[in-house]
Design a protein around this ligand. Structure first.
Ligand code: ATP
Ligand code: MG
Length: 404
């Protein structure tokens, strides 16, 4: 029994929701990741509530609700500024395609609901009074820092292959080991990852890379051979191994994770490779930009003014972060400061516009406008001209006259 003083505020705030469900004659529990994180002493993200009440019954109990996934039994309950996901106990009957269940059945039994959960540490439930329901020894697994499948691991990964990637990412995030039978079942069923959508695998892969112990996560990804069923990683065992040995600390951002990965892989077309993972265009651009400058920065051992100007702050920071991560003498703040001190950072900052040129120089529109603006920016960048409207205009009038 956990006393109320020990419960994190996220749970305390949600107690009235559970109590109200109970008063209506149903059962309600805190479940899943939030209960696990409480025992780990980790911050709680979202408090999930499971109940014996059916979605329609939940909607009758609370005034303000939103149907977010009613077919899966989830109703969002709104209380003041807060919102809580309340999900009806359910079993997931037959699985035919190694992913989501064909049919979700609502049940009144907590045990049935906990049985369908992936790992024992995620199958804990707790009442509003702090009573723990631990039917699968989840607390022991947390104490022993072990990831253990609920029930028979082979069956569980056959039902939903994504659970294997979830297991690996939890291993990296929590720095836990994977229990023997669970681990060998992952190795045996890794090939089923082919059936899972890239988007869902990607979520877990990124969480694995950004976890507390990415080196361990990648090691498991290699030994279980899950890598062979992920986009663009087939037969890249040696490359991944080389990366793995360099993963000594936490990776601070998703961009950095993809750059580190691609810096070690054998890839012909980076953009195409990243597209396979269905990443956003913004992410693909940031990663490819950094990967373009990385070899130049490595060869030159420095940034020139032109490089700083062309690359921009985000790319400079990412390149320096990669170098720092890999112990290759990165200097993020030094080069960011050098960038900020540049007299100009883009054409927008130039004190003269294309319109000004057209209005003041007796020439018809054409490619010369863009060329001239870039030329002026370059002169300003190298302190050969001051970024001052009149000075820039005078220069153009003189230069373009001389051109004639
Ligand atoms: P996180 O802290 O990353 O959110 P989590 O454990 O809360 O971790 P969620 O994806 O939010 O993970 O899922 C909530 C709960 O639902 C899990 O704790 C687990 O009990 C159950 N669950 C989620 N995905 C699966 C799955 N594929 N198979 C079985 N149970 C699952
Ligand atoms: Mg969660």
């Amino acid at each position: 029994m956990i006393s109320n003083q020990e419960l994190p505020t996220e749970f305390l705030e949600a107690i009235p929701v559970l109590k109200e469900i109970e008063q209506a004659g149903f059962e309600a529990y805190f479940v899943g990741g939030s209960v696990r994180d409480m025992f780990l002493g980790h911050p709680i993200h979202d408090v999930d509530i499971a109940t014996s009440a059916y979605p329609e019954e939940i909607k009758q109990i609370f005034k303000r609700t939103v149907d977010v996934g009613i077919e899966h039994g989830t109703v969002l309950v709104l209380i003041g500024e807060e919102q809580y996901e309340v999900t009806t106990f359910r079993t997931e009957s037959t699985y035919q395609d190694y992913r989501r269940p064909d049919k979700v059945t609502f049940v009144r039994s907590l045990e049935e609901d906990l049985k369908r959960r992936d790992f024992t540490m995620n199958a804990l439930a707790m009442t509003a009074d702090g009573e723990l329901i631990d039917l699968f020894d989840g607390l022991k697994a947390i104490k022993q820092q072990q990831i253990i499948a609920v029930g028979k691991p082979n069956e569980r990964f056959n039902e939903d292959a994504l659970r294997m990637m979830r297991g690996l990412r939890f291993a990296s995030q929590l720095d836990f080991s994977i229990e023997e039978a669970t681990l060998s079942a992952i190795t045996e069923h890794a090939h089923l990852l082919k059936e899972i959508s890239v988007e869902r695998i990607c979520v877990e892969w990124v969480k694995l890379l950004l976890g507390k112990n990415p080196r361990w996560g990648v090691e498991l990804f290699l030994t279980t051979e899950c890598f062979n069923y992920c986009p663009g990683l087939i037969n890249q065992q040696l490359e991944l191994c080389r990366l793995q040995t360099k993963l000594t600390t936490v990776i601070s951002s998703e961009e950095l994770a993809w750059i580190l990965l691609l810096d070690h892989l054998t890839v012909k077309n980076t953009k195409k490779w990243l597209k396979q993972w269905k990443l956003s265009n913004k992410m693909i651009q940031s990663v490819t930009d950094a990967l373009n400058y990385l070899p130049i920065r490595r060869t030159k051992g420095d940034w020139t003014k032109d490089m700083l100007y062309e690359a921009g702050a985000e790319t400079i920071c990412l390149v320096e972060q990669v170098l720092t991560y890999l112990g290759e003498d990165g200097h993020e703040s030094l080069y960011l400061e050098a960038y900020q001190k540049l007299p100009i950072h883009s054409l927008h900052e130039l004190e003269i516009s294309g319109k000004d040129l057209l209005e003041n120089l007796d020439k018809s529109p054409g490619a010369w406008v863009g060329i001239t603006l870039n030329h002026l920016a370059n002169l300003v960048l190298h302190n050969q001209l001051t970024n001052n409207h009149n000075e820039l205009l005078l220069y153009c009038q003189k230069e373009l006259r001389d051109d004639v």
